[in-house]
Design a protein around this ligand. Structure first.
Ligand code: ADP
Ligand code: MG
Length: 804
């Protein structure tokens, strides 16, 4: 494990010099590890250990630097782990813990025990009494890890809590009040948004943020980072009813009335289609100013009709649309498309419309993470995204070799020209491996693909387990069995993530059998948009020095290639014809990897661009939040009324008393701040189109966006103050006793939270570089149908400019 090679040393030096985002030189960590191993706690009683922990706690709380407490704290965790949960931490786990304690991302392969490694930095930072959040990949893992690691913390006198979706506020408060809280990033984010619309201090669930330790850090900090979390409240919204439009849209003929682009990413209404709609709806010219909302609705309905496929892009369950994540093939809970599109898909499927709300607050996960003063994380696959982690979060990656070196064999891909050839090859290969009794795990790109493959295997007489990410806990149980002899498990890429696959299950004899067969055989049926995600799948084989092998069996017609127009390119470039055998072209393999890198780079570029737009709004959100908090926590003379209406204020004071006036002003100010902020968010959504047009005039859309978003923002404060004063005048006119809390207005009667799924629109980099598209992409963050339109308009615009 020690880096001794001269070339490695040179490389380390070189990396340090050029400010490289990856650390591979572990010597500094090993030195600290040696200091930690000096402590001899083996002979101390549990009571004595607890007393030592208490001493550390009081030292941390009286201001001792964590660095001074670190070695002893780590040594205590080490011993507590042995006693409380029976695991003796490996060196690599302690080193991963050290890297995280220093605010880095620890890369440690799958199955090496990151769950335990996280306890070291978490304990250290929790000593101060300011809560540490361990953010997991899903609710099931939050529950599992809190229960699994809980005894270690408790042994050392710290409290552990766990957050689950749908928990009641008092339970959440209790869980967040613990020293350590396990939760998903999403739920912690939603709780943050809910706190931002609380009207009373007692309703807040979060404490001020301190440290977040993110598990599966690459997925959460990168792949999911641009997803906005949104909180909405009820309020009806005017506009064209998608249900009224659905029949007209269904009456259109594809090809004649509308067409889609090659990548099946955009749909365009053609002239005959436009005329038919105008005829059916008798609405006059569709492109007239007065029909702007209608046009928007028409495009949403078209998008729903022509581009979104049931059982691929979404499924219908319990009369609800559930979105299938394109990236992972999983059904994602609680995710919405932008409002208008969601309504259009519901109309397409003839489902009842769920009440549409108004956005009360939104934040992307990326901005959310940056609210934590300290951030660190762990994953098996960080290195390929090290640059992005550094640029987006100022996080460095520390690569830690496994406890036992990996002996996994990664076979070269088998590449086929077309889908059918790949399908038969998949069945043949699985059959081959399976006959001997060797367990096979197949990672697919979508639910549909999983089901097709399961059917093919069924015909070949092979039974298998299919995981479609419907139930994380049940799935975890199945994946845990994927290492049994003869097991064939098919799963979308991230199903069962975080669950350990033990060869032969718990049985030692079975394990020997599977080891003799070569361990788990992992097959990927698609290359993913990033090499990193391919690596995640490969990592399921060969854990903790086990034998194992991986192979990707793919075709040039796979979605990932078609989406980026690569299929045709490959065919033309190599003058290919369809053939049943695998291609024997080294160059193709290289090209595929090259393409993957380009796609990865594009996605990074897109995220950077989205970041710029969302940062403007985030800055405003922070300003409002600060103000709102000063109102929520204010004590003493209510500033707005006392300053704006001094005479009336005196009157009010005489009538309602000081605390009555405080209550009234707080309630009134909070509800007006929230209303104005919500208006502002809506305004930002609604002005996108004009910005888009302006951007054609040569100004940069980002500047225009900034300008347009700033002026109305500056009016929020005077508007709120005026509204509070008006409410107050009205209050004074009332005779008899009044309920001041109620007078100060209430928040929305009900709220709900969701994720906006904007991935569905798949921006490509060429679009971002286009003059105006950058804006459309940014706008996507503050979801709404208009952004769809922005994209479509720019496409139309390009089409119209083309001569002929
Ligand atoms: P990762 O998150 O890195 O993939 P997990 O935390 O899920 O890994 O742990 C994988 C497996 O390793 C678990 O079965 C766990 O019990 C085991 N394990 C972890 N640490 C140790 C240890 N120090 N000694 C023995 N087994 C361990
Ligand atoms: Mg894990």
């Amino acid at each position: 494990m020690r880096n001794s090679g001269k070339s490695q040393k040179l490389r380390d030096l070189f990396n340090r010099l050029r400010d490289h985002p990856v650390e591979t030189d572990l010597l500094p960590y090993r030195n600290i590890l040696d200091e930690i191993r000096v402590y001899r706690f083996r002979n101390l009683s549990s009571e004595e250990l607890k007393t030592r922990s208490e001493t550390l706690i009081s030292r941390a709380r009286s201001g001792d630097a964590l660095d001074e407490l670190l070695t002893e704290a780590f040594a205590l965790v080490d011993e507590a782990s042995r006693r409380a949960i029976g695991l003796a931490p490996f060196d690599c786990q302690v080193i991963a813990g050290l890297a995280m304690a220093r605010g880095k991302i620890a890369e440690l392969p799958t199955g090496e025990g990151k769950t335990l490694a996280a306890v070291f930095p978490t304990y250290l930072h929790a000593l101060s009494g300011r809560g540490v959040h361990v953010l997991t990949f899903n609710d099931y893992l939050a529950r599992r890890d809190a229960a699994w690691m809980g005894p270690v913390y408790e042994f050392l006198g710290l409290k552990v809590g766990c957050i689950q979706e749908g928990m009641r506020a008092p339970d959440k408060q209790a869980a967040y009040a613990c020293d350590v809280t396990y939760a998903t990033a999403k739920e912690a984010g939603f709780d943050f948004l809910r706190d931002r619309i609380c009207l009373e201090r007692r309703d807040l669930v979060h404490r001020p943020f301190h440290l977040a330790l993110v598990d599966e850090a690459d997925s959460i900090l990168i792949d999911e980072a641009r997803i906005p979390l949104v909180i909405s409240g009820v309020e009806e919204r005017a506009g064209w009813d998608a249900r009224g439009l659905a029949p007209a849209i269904k009456a259109l003929t594809p090809g004649r009335d509308y067409e889609t682009d090659d990548e099946h990413r955009n749909v365009f209404l053609l002239d005959p289609g436009q005329e038919r709609i105008e005829g059916m709806l008798r609405c006059g010219g569709l492109y007239e100013q007065k029909n702007q909302q209608l046009l928007e609705a028409v495009y949403c309905s078209l998008h729903a009709e022509a581009l979104l496929r049931r059982d691929m892009d979404y499924i219908v369950r319990r009369d609800k649309i559930e979105i299938v994540d394109e990236f992972t093939g999983r059904v994602v809970d609680n995710r919405h498309w932008p409002d208008g599109l969601q309504a259009a898909v519901e109309a397409k499927e003839g489902l009842a419309r769920r009440s549409e709300g108004r956005i009360l607050g939104a934040i992307t996960l990326q901005h959310f993470f940056r609210l934590y003063p300290k951030l660190c994380g762990m994953t098996a696959t960080a290195r390929p995204s090290a640059d992005e982690l550094k640029e987006s979060y100022e996080l460095l990656v520390v690569v830690i070799p496994p406890n036992k070196p990996s002996v996994r064999v990664d076979h070269p891909d088998r590449v086929f020209t077309h889908r059918e050839a790949k399908r038969s090859a998949l069945v043949a290969e699985i059959q081959d491996v399976h006959t001997a009794g060797r367990p096979v795990l197949v990672g697919t790109a979508s639910v549909k693909e999983s089901e097709e493959l399961a059917a093919d295997l069924g015909e070949a007489g092979i039974s298998c387990q299919v995981l479609n990410a419907r139930n994380d806990e049940r799935e975890a149980r199945i994946v845990a069995q994927a290492g049994l002899p003869g097991a064939v498990t098919i799963s979308t890429n991230m199903a069962g993530r975080g669950t350990d696959i033990k060869l032969g299950g718990a049985d030692e004899k079975e394990r020997e059998k599977v080891v003799a067969l070569g361990g788990l055989y992992v097959i990927g049926t698609n290359r993913n948009e990033s090499l990193r995600i391919d690596d995640q799948l490969r990592g399921r084989a060969g854990r903790q020095g086990d034998p194992g092998a991986t192979r990707f069996i793919i075709s040039l017609e796979d979605d990932v290639f078609e989406r980026y127009g690569l299929t045709r390119m490959f065919y033309e470039h190599h003058r290919l014809e369809r053939q049943p055998e695998a291609l024997d072209l080294r160059t193709i393999q290289r090209e595929i990897e090259h393409a993957q890198r380009i796609i990865e780079g594009q996605n990074f570029g897109l995220r950077k661009s989205l970041w710029k737009y969302s940062s403007l709004v985030e800055l405003q959100r922070k300003t409002i939040q600060d103000w709102r908090e000063s109102v929520l926590f204010a004590e003493g003379t209510p500033p707005i009324l006392a300053q704006k209406t001094p005479q009336l204020y005196q009157k009010g004071l005489a009538r309602f008393g000081r605390s009555g006036m405080e209550t009234f002003e707080r309630r009134a100010a909070l509800s007006h701040i929230d209303r104005c902020w919500s208006d502002h968010l809506a305004w930002i959504t609604d002005t996108r189109e004009s910005i888009h047009l302006v951007s054609l005039g040569g100004k940069t859309p980002l500047q225009e966006f900034q300008r347009a978003a700033t002026a109305p923002f500056l009016e929020i404060r005077p508007r709120v103050e005026e509204a509070v004063a008006t409410d107050f005048r009205r209050l004074l006119k009332k005779e008899g006793p009044v309920d001041l809390e109620a007078e100060g207005r209430k928040g929305p009667s009900s709220t709900w939270t969701y994720l906006v799924n904007e991935d569905q629109f798949g921006f490509g980099i060429e679009m971002l570089q286009g003059k105006n598209i950058g804006f459309a992409a940014g706008a996507a963050l503050y979801a709404g149908p208009l952004f769809v339109i922005t994209l479509i308009f720019s496409k139309l615009f390009k089409r119209k400019k083309r001569p002929g």
